[in-house]
Write a protein that binds this ligand. Structure first.
Ligand SMILES: CC(C)(COP(=O)(O)OP(=O)(O)OC[C@H]1O[C@@H](n2cnc3c(N)ncnc32)[C@H](O)[C@@H]1OP(=O)(O)O)[C@@H](O)C(=O)NCCC(=O)NCCS
Length: 199
């Protein structure tokens, strides 16, 4: 059983494990923040039909409990190396600039490290993700299963050296989603057992 962790910030939002009941709100938020084209991204090929990595799907909630942000990480492999693919990261447009995206990133990265993962890759804007330690320095040999702008394919090691010599095509390694769930509706199957609040 996985403990649910909630961090309440002074800005009035909380970071929480994603629950099954959050799926519709999360999908609507992703559509608003990223547009319908999000489902045509190369990264989506690594997520389709899969569940997020165990314990690595998070939402931000407003004081009323509404979902205002989302981030998930997915199990992938590059040759012999096991990696996490992060994304999408999205924040409700009306709530941007309040630190929600940063809080989701820092929490997701900390949890990934705690769970023993060694590196995270993502496709995104380097000027944003650099602040969390991501760069294209070691992703030059990594291939996505579709078009990608090389300077947007970024990596961050949780274990020093894990991305050294990373090369090859990324392939999905995640647990398969229930066929009744669409890929994007796949949710983290955690049971919340408690609530921890950090002021
Ligand atoms: C990118 C996104 C997640 C940022 O969330 P957020 O909650 O607004 O971010 P934070 O409040 O933590 O950080 C805001 C800071 O990031 C900067 N920032 C936001 N988007 C940026 C980008 N694309 N490039 C560079 N900097 C960016 C802001 O200028 C601000 O800078 P400051 O701290 O110097 O003022 C959000 O804008 C979003 O959902 N965008 C649409 C979806 C998307 O592009 N997702 C990322 C790709 S998967």
């Amino acid at each position: 059983m996985t403990a649910q962790l909630t961090i309440l910030s002074e800005a009035g939002f909380a970071i929480d494990e994603e629950l099954g009941s959050d799926a519709n709100a999360r999908e609507a938020l992703l559509d608003r923040a990223m547009g319908e084209g999000r489902k045509r991204k190369s990264s989506e090929k690594l997520r389709r039909g899969r569940l997020p990595s165990a314990g690595l799907a998070f939402v931000a909630r407003s004081g009323s409990g509404a979902v205002t942000g989302s981030v998930r990480l997915w199990d992938v492999a590059c040759g012999e190396k096991s990696l996490l693919l992060l994304g999408p990261l999205a924040v409700e447009p009306s709530a941007s600039g309040q630190g929600i995206g940063s809080a989701l990133m820092r929490h997701a990265m900390a949890q990934a490290a705690e769970l023993g993962h060694s590196a995270i890759i993502l496709v995104g804007d380097a000027p944003y993700y650099a602040r969390f330690g991501f760069s294209a320095e070691k992703t030059g040999g990594v291939l996505m299963p579709g078009p990608v702008e090389r300077d947007r394919l970024l990596g961050c090691e949780l274990l020093d050296g894990h991305l050294d010599d990373a090369s090859g095509l990324l392939i999905a390694r995640g647990r398969r989603a229930d066929r009744r769930q669409s890929s994007s509706d796949a949710m983290s199957p955690h049971i919340s057992s408690g609530l921890v609040r950090v002021a």
